[in-house]
Ligand binder design. Structure first.
Ligand code: URA
Length: 210
């Protein structure tokens, strides 16, 4: 597999919560809440390498050297399912700014087209967490990374819940500089482009649209 690093964040709590969202019997409310909780747990691990800088502060007792984040974090959910991960991550990083990107697939050419892209002012200097729960073919994710790079972003990681090998290959072939974080790597895509075993259509399950 060419390209950057793939990290599967394997933790008992994440495994337990994945079982809940994979289960077809889990309803909208619990599905949405659990996606958010998994995103929170993943964020803790993904931000492990964030740079910090020393600051001098005064505690009520003495002067002290402390540390503060040295780089802004920007979350960029891919509409619409990526929105389900925003609250969970921003609960850990409340200062994170949020951009949005939306794409649709041309039914004839199958090429992705951007219908919405709006980013915070200083996104070029930030660490960007691109969010989409499902890394399936990788086409939408790859195109979203291209849009971010066209906006001057250089520090991008992709964060998804469930991925397929096809999606990882596509992202790493197109963008070998982008690391991928997933909660689970599944077996394959089926003929309809769904991840197997996966969890079905994540957007529909998040928003109750089916
Ligand atoms: N998008 C989804 O929501 N689910 C899949 O299995 C693949 C893409």
């Amino acid at each position: 597999m060419a390209g950057g690093k793939v990290t599967i964040i394997d933790h008992p709590l994440i495994r337990h919560k994945l079982a809940l969202i994979r289960d077809e019997k889990t309803g909208t409310k619990d599905f949405r809440q659990t996606v958010s909780e998994i995103a929170t747990l993943m964020a803790y691990e993904i931000t492990r390498d964030l740079p910090t800088r020393e600051i001098n502060i005064k505690t009520p007792v003495a002067s002290a050297v402390a540390h503060t984040l040295a780089k802004e974090v920007v979350l960029v959910p891919i509409l619409r399912a990526g929105l389900g991960m925003v609250e969970g991550i921003s609960s850990l990083i409340p200062t994170a700014k949020i951009g949005h990107v939306g794409l649709y697939r041309d039914e004839e050419t199958l090429e992705p087209h951007t219908y919405y892209a709006k980013f915070p002012a200083h996104i070029k200097e930030a660490k960007v967490l691109l969010l989409d729960p499902m890394l399936a073919t990788g086409g939408t994710v790859s195109e979203s990374i291209k849009i971010l790079k066209n906006n001057g972003v250089t520090d991008i990681v992709f964060v998804g819940l469930v991925g397929a090998p096809e999606g990882i290959n596509r992202v790493h072939t197109d963008h070998p500089d982008v690391d991928i974080y997933l909660a689970a790597l599944d077996e394959k895509l089926n003929e309809c482009g769904y991840i197997v075993p996966g969890l079905g259509d994540c957007g529909d399950r998040l928003y109750g649209t089916k």
